[in-house]
Write a protein that binds this ligand. Structure first.
Ligand code: SF4
Length: 445
């Protein structure tokens, strides 16, 4: 029977020393109960605790961190379907550059990977890693490009070579970057394991079949290595879905440790559309790192948007900070609008005001990321709470106009809001943000 967090805490030293990365032993116990940590992370755990909380309490998919401070997290997934709970770490997107590519293409790729950013519902997204592929030429060219890529982008790398010797040389050159070495085969694993350990990199494992990969992963686990990635070599999309699903199901449902690692996939098709389908499949079916063959801003924007949709925790609505936001370039006399701090609502309302060619102030109180009607029904968007927020945000110091437009869905708060904001008039706006433009033209122009 699974133990609760409190039962697990009784087995821990209870010194709250924080060395495991949690603030208290109880917080660490809760992570163990949720299988989001492993007992080996507590250096002071007793033999009894290790015995009780050993393999059975490890996360089904081992968590790993990449980059010098291990900030890029992968793994730690506990469910097969997002609606069961949530997915934890989004598929990391990497862009590839070959070591025999023309100089101007290399320059462009490094610059683009470093500078690319996309803002979606308040989150700024970028390329997570850069993959450097050794095409079989001189090792020096591969090592030189890996060194330059790390220096210029500061992103963790996926170093890819069929030669263990070339991988070893590049691994040493970017020591400290906590990158991925791709990939150790049954023939090269003995040579690559100590190199990965020495330079703090993560080893990706590959083999011609799933059975051989399981054997390889078991061998690596027996050698005491728990940070690894699985690099499947499937050909068709059907195989890709099947293999990823079998592996993740075995890890989560059967606690099958050799397949309990994040996945690494190189998109094979050079065709943009076919390659995008491969990447979409990987993002939708448990991808850990997905390496795109080249930089394409439009492709990245589409993939990142898809990824955001899948990996946004449905239990935690995306929120914007409560604030009084300027839309356009408002002056003290500009109109004042009200909405909630649910990101989607904020961006839609702000966008419609901008589309109407108006500069205005948008008052966004704390509503725990709920939409207008939900926040009102939960008592988080009342006349009194909105008025209290306006005072706390010193709205009257910012604006001279004493009129606020509220969403039509909460017309019932207008009286209470006027009572709590003496000197203000409340104008009930449209129910739908899409009607704001005509409302603005009719009532505020
Ligand atoms: Fe408690 Fe061990 Fe974590 Fe220290 S390292 S806080 S003793 S669980």
């Amino acid at each position: 029977m699974a133990l609760t967090g409190l039962q697990i805490q009784k087995l821990l030293p209870k010194t709250n020393c924080k060395e495991c990365g949690s603030n208290t032993c109880l917080a660490f116990a809760m992570k163990l109960a949720a299988r989001k940590a492993e007992i080996a992370e507590c250096p002071y755990a007793s033999e009894e605790a290790v015995g009780v909380l050993g393999a059975a309490y490890e996360p089904p998919v081992k968590g790993i961190g990449l980059g010098p401070e291990a900030k890029l997290r992968l793994g730690e997934e506990t469910v097969l379907y997002r609606h069961e709970k949530t997915f934890v770490h989004p598929t990391a997107l990497a862009v590839n550059v070959d070591d025999d590519a023309p100089g101007d293409l290399v320059d462009r790729t490094l610059r683009s990977v470093k500078e690319y950013s996309l803002e979606r519902v308040g989150e700024v997204l970028g390329v997570d890693l850069l993959a450097v592929t050794h095409k079989g030429g001189p090792t020096e060219a591969f090592v030189a490009l890996a060194t330059r890529a790390w220096k210029e982008t500061g992103k963790p790398l996926v170093l890819r070579s069929a030669s263990a010797e070339a991988l070893g040389a590049a691994a040493g050159a970017v020591s400290g970057s906590r990158s991925v070495l791709a990939s150790a085969t049954p023939e090269t694993v003995d040579a690559l394991l100590p190199i990965a350990r020495e330079h703090g990199h993560v080893l990706a494992l590959t083999a011609p079949s799933l059975d051989e990969l399981v054997a390889l992963a078991s061998k690596v686990r027996e050698a005491g290595v728990t940070d690894a990635l699985l690099h499947f070599t499937t050909g068709s999309l059907a195989e890709q879905i099947q293999t990823n699903s079998i592996a993740r199901r075995a890890a989560i449902k059967e606690s099958f440790k050799p397949l309990g690692f994040a996945f690494l996939r190189f998109v094979l098709s050079p065709d943009l559309l076919a390659g995008s389908v491969e990447a979409v499949t990987e993002i939708c079916k448990y991808g850990g790192i997905c390496v795109l063959p080249a930089f394409d801003a439009a492709q990245l924007a589409a993939l990142m948007t898809l990824r955001l949709n899948l990996y946004t925790d449905p239990q935690k609505p995306i929120q914007v900070e409560p604030n009084v936001y300027p839309i356009g370039e408002p002056t003290a006399d500009s109109p004042v609008f009200l909405t909630t701090n649910f990101s989607l609502t904020y961006f839609i309302v702000g966008g419609e005001i901008e589309n109407a060619g108006l500069s205005a102030w948008l008052v966004v109180p704390e509503c725990e990321g709920m939409s207008v009607l939900t926040a009102w029904a939960a008592g988080k968007f009342s006349g009194a709470s909105v008025a209290a927020f306006c005072k706390q945000a010193e709205l009257e110091e910012k604006v001279t106009r004493r009129q606020i437009v509220i969403p039509g869905y909460v017309s019932q708060i207008s009286g209470e809001l006027e009572e709590n904001l003496p000197g203000w008039t409340v104008l009930v706006g449209p129910q739908e943000a899409s009607d704001l433009e005509s409302f603005i033209k009719a009532r505020l122009s």
